[in-house]
Design a protein. Structure first.
Length: 152
């Protein structure tokens, strides 16, 4: 769904770019007025894909927010989310951002840094397991494996 106003639709609230909402097993991708670009759409669709592959329960209970956002960043090439070399320290600190509230806490620059660092961490994981097996790894979560068993 595309919206021209960022105040949302019914019970769904948008930021100006977009969001992916989950209603049980259903996924609704909503794109706001500032998010009508291939990067934002691809990012939000990746959230929907993660939900589909890992399953409703695993998506909410097993996958930490840093991984969910980092995987969505693999198809999002907006320059402001690229990690500058001088900011490469503290990558592992992002692993502690397991909840939505912890990942999205802080000012705009802090949150941009969270996205950029999560992107690098997940890119390293994708390189290690191979692009062709990413969806298989997510299916393992659906099949009952823990995040540590399936992903790390």
């Amino acid at each position: 769904m595309y919206f021209s106003r960022p105040d949302g639709f019914g019970p769904f609230k948008l930021n100006a770019f977009g969001s992916t909402q989950f209603i049980g097993p259903r996924t609704c991708v909503m794109i706001g007025p500032a998010g009508q670009s291939i990067d934002v759409v691809a990012h939000e669709l990746m959230h929907a894909e993660i939900h589909e592959r890992a399953g409703f329960w695993s998506r909410f209970v097993k996958i930490p927010t840093w991984f969910d956002e980092g995987l969505a960043m693999q198809v999002d090439f907006r320059p402001k989310y690229l990690l500058a070399a001088e900011d490469a320290h503290g990558l592992d600190e992002v692993r502690h951002l397991t909840s939505f509230s912890s990942f999205f806490s802080g000012g705009e620059q802090v949150i941009i840094s969270h996205y950029a660092k999560a992107r690098v961490l997940v890119a390293n994981w994708v390189e290690r397991v191979g692009k062709a097996s990413v969806y298989q790894q997510l299916h393992q979560l659906r099949d009952g494996q823990s995040f540590a068993e399936a992903i790390e």
